[in-house]
Write a protein that binds this ligand. Structure first.
Ligand code: SAH
Ligand code: SF4
Ligand code: F3S
Length: 497
């Protein structure tokens, strides 16, 4: 791992100022400001990276574009976790060609996980020659330098270095003003045999507790209600830096400690993901149980219910161990919602293996599950495994699994009928219909209606309708009167600004 030192950050800062000067000169000459548009694919860690890219562009003096056509810089922050994600990038890039034709000085930047795979970079070099800048997730802090060179040298800038870096202090332009994402670590050491992430994101690097907690305190001060701590496997947080004596590692040794400190800062709610079952500790569950502002939700990817497949996947737990964790978690935290990720059609998965997955699902009863068709990722061990499952079989199993999960989700949601829950309001769910939405501590989506009389006048627009955007980030008390497979429905009972 290379911690990006202050000298390097200052160097980038100088590039940033030089780009800023270019923009000022352009504005003086033309009267126009340059604008950017970013689009991020994939997980929340990537979303947080996208926010850092937008943060840097803003610091350099670019303004956000209202729509893509208005942009002078387009950033596509890619994901490579499944084949579908790759396809989407090339679809988007196809459309860019016309935009670039209409506006020759438009800059196109492609970054994110796909750019750590040489075959994609080569494809871009050969077939999408209008892409100006390419870099991987480990090089986000070098955006000012790349941009400066591209603007002043008329030369494409492709950077696909293979160092695992850790950069602190990048500016962040957050997507929301009430919920903040906070990446606490980067990379992954687990090498699940189907997964590309360890290759695109490199080895695990934990930020220091000091840096994380400083960021969280600032977020609290600027009014954030909710924070989400992110890592590919938050439960191994700190393990890579146990020998470090600085940065508070001697006081805060693992994720349970960090989560407890985060909760003590006083956010309305602290969320976290993802937890790998092999690294869950009783200590972590106890911390959650002790702090009512930590979400009552554990996302615990199972992937498969078959011990044989779990072994082939290199997941390092058995179905028995998984069940023990879920039972213990529910015992310690009675109102806990357990959600998961499942993969159907891993190479060699037999009908019996698949039946084991359905059986385990019946035993656990997940509140919600993200279900995926296995997608072959070249370079991963599973891509070369024998007995790749045929498409038709895979789809049949997938449908069966989704049907069962939907049954469980509906039953789980029915338990909430008649209850009163608190949600963090995310705004209007459908613009003109006056239906609003928010999420509970269990991460349930709740759609609700409001009698205007129950709100102070400042939340009403001139036409008497409620301004959904003004409600974002408030806490609403909702009586649940409807339960569907993917959401709950109800009406506002009480409200807190
Ligand atoms: N680090 C997280 C998940 C990262 S990817 C964890 O281990 O839980 C999110 C999910 O995508 C995974 O949990 C897995 O279910 C799915 N996934 C990853 N690689 C996949 C592949 N090659 N095909 C299908 N699904 C995949
Ligand atoms: Fe991929 Fe496994 Fe790492 Fe998750 S834990 S990112 S599934 S290798
Ligand atoms: Fe995708 Fe990279 Fe995240 S592959 S899921 S964006 S870590």
């Amino acid at each position: 791992m290379r911690i990006i030192d202050q000298a390097e950050m200052r160097r980038q800062q100088q590039y940033s100022e030089q780009v800023s000067n270019c923009l000022t000169a352009f504005r003086a000459e033309t009267g126009f400001s340059r604008r950017f548009w970013t689009q991020t694919f994939g997980c929340q860690l990537n979303e947080n990276d996208g926010e850092k890219i937008a943060g840097q562009l803003t610091e350099m003096g670019y303004l956000p574009a209202e729509e893509i056509r208005e942009a002078d810089i387009i950033v596509l922050n890619t994901c490579s976790v499944r084949e579908h994600a790759d396809d989407r990038l090339f679809g988007h890039l196809g459309h860019m060609k016309k935009l670039k034709k209409d506006k020759p000085d438009l800059l196109i930047i492609v970054c994110g996980c796909m750019m750590k795979q040489p075959e994609h970079v080569t494809r871009i070099e050969q077939h999408y020659r209008y892409v100006d800048i390419v870099f991987g997730p480990q090089d986000i802090h070098r955006l000012p330098e790349l941009l400066y060179h591209r603007l002043t040298e008329e030369k494409k800038q492709y950077l696909v270095g293979d160092e695992d870096t850790l950069a602190e202090g990048l500016p962040v332009r957050r997507v929301r003003h009430y919920r903040a994402l906070c990446s606490i670590m980067f990379g992954c050491n687990n090498f699940c045999t189907y997964c590309i992430v360890p290759y695109t994101r490199g080895r695990e690097r934990s930020r220091t507790p000091q840096n994380i907690l400083d960021e969280l305190r600032q977020l609290k001060e600027s009014g954030y209600r909710e924070v989400m701590l992110l890592g590919q496997n938050v439960n191994s947080y700190g393990r890579d830096r146990q020998a470090d004596q600085d940065g508070d590692f001697s006081r805060i040794q693992d994720f349970a400690d960090l989560l407890e400190h985060a909760a003590d800062i006083g956010f309305y709610r602290v969320r976290f993901m993802t937890s790998h079952p092999k690294d869950i500790s009783t200590k972590l569950l106890q911390v959650i149980a002790r702090h009512s502002n930590i979400e009552r939700h554990l996302h615990l990817p199972l992937q498969s219910g078959s011990n044989r497949v779990l072994r082939l996947m290199n997941r390092q737990y058995t179905r028995g161990q998984y069940l023990v964790i879920v039972r213990q978690a529910r015992q310690l935290i009675p109102d806990l919602a357990v959600t998961t990720d499942l993969i159907v059609g891993f190479p060699g998965e037999t009908e019996e293996d698949f039946a084991d997955t359905l059986d385990l699902m019946r035993q656990v009863r997940f509140t919600n599950a993200f279900t995926f068709l296995y997608s072959k990722r070249s370079g991963t061990p599973a891509a070369d495994m024998p007995d790749q499952v045929e498409g038709q079989v895979m789809h049949r199993r997938f449908n069966e699994l989704v049907d069962l999960q939907n049954e469980h989700a509906l039953q789980s949601n029915q338990q909430w009928l008649g209850q009163v829950v608190d949600v963090l309001v995310e705004g209007a769910s459908r613009k003109e219909e006056q239906i609003f939405s928010g999420r509970t501590s269990q991460n349930h989506l709740v759609n609700f209606t409001i009698e205007p009389a129950k709100l102070p006048g400042r939340f009403l627009r001139a036409d008497g309708l409620i301004d959904g955007a003004a409600l974002e980030g408030s806490i609403a008390r909702i009586r649940i009167s409807e339960s569907k497979t993917f959401s709950l429905g109800g009406a506002l009972e009480g409200w807190q600004a």
